[in-house]
Design a protein around this ligand. Structure first.
Ligand SMILES: [Zn+2]
Length: 169
């Protein structure tokens, strides 16, 4: 797995990212950009799939798109915007230094889908913090992070809003 990614796309469960913005990721990758897909949990147990099937499908989706993918260890249906969750995202962002961070905009009644938006926005905020003692060993990265509702991501030409975060050295 490479260290730097041009874009990181973060969803609550396996299949969220590709369902919401798979086309945009395909465009990015087609233009030579590196993409990391991140699922906050493994989505287990799943109602309509035996254990492990979602993971296999997620890996196959990333393979088809040409992205890398990783799964964090939060618990399905119990994802909350907590300090540890924000810090985990901030750590990930600092390690991979993306130019763009995408997440889904909370929708429907699933609490995980509501929580992931806040975790990512707050994680970006933490990643940018110069005073975060936990990250003192990691340098801020140059460029900009743009938060955008993946649901509104119809193409890379439309990246600009909302919530633009400037990163300074
Ligand atoms: Zn989901």
């Amino acid at each position: 797995m490479v260290n730097h990614y041009d874009a990181i796309a973060i969803g609550a469960h396996p299949d969220d990212v590709e369902a919401v913005m798979g086309g945009t990721l395909a465009k990015l990758i087609d233009k030579g950009r590196s993409v990391l897909m991140v699922d906050l949990c493994d989505g287990e147990p799943a109602r309509h799939a035996p254990p492990g099937e979602r993971a296999a499908q997620a890996a196959r989706a990333a393979e088809i798109l040409g992205a890398h993918r990783m799964t964090l260890s939060l618990r399905d249906r119990m994802i909350q915007d907590t300090i540890p969750a924000r810090l985990e995202l901030a750590r990930l962002i600092r390690i991979h230094r993306p130019s763009y961070v995408f997440t889904t905009l909370g929708s429907g009644i699933h609490p995980d889908h509501k929580a992931v938006t806040d975790i990512v926005v707050n994680g970006v905020f933490y990643a940018r913090s110069r005073n975060g003692a936990k990250f003192r060993e990691v340098r801020c990265f140059p460029g900009q992070i743009r938060m955008k509702s993946a649901a509104r991501s119809l193409g890379i030409a439309e990246w600009s809003r909302p919530g633009r975060f400037s990163i300074s050295r």
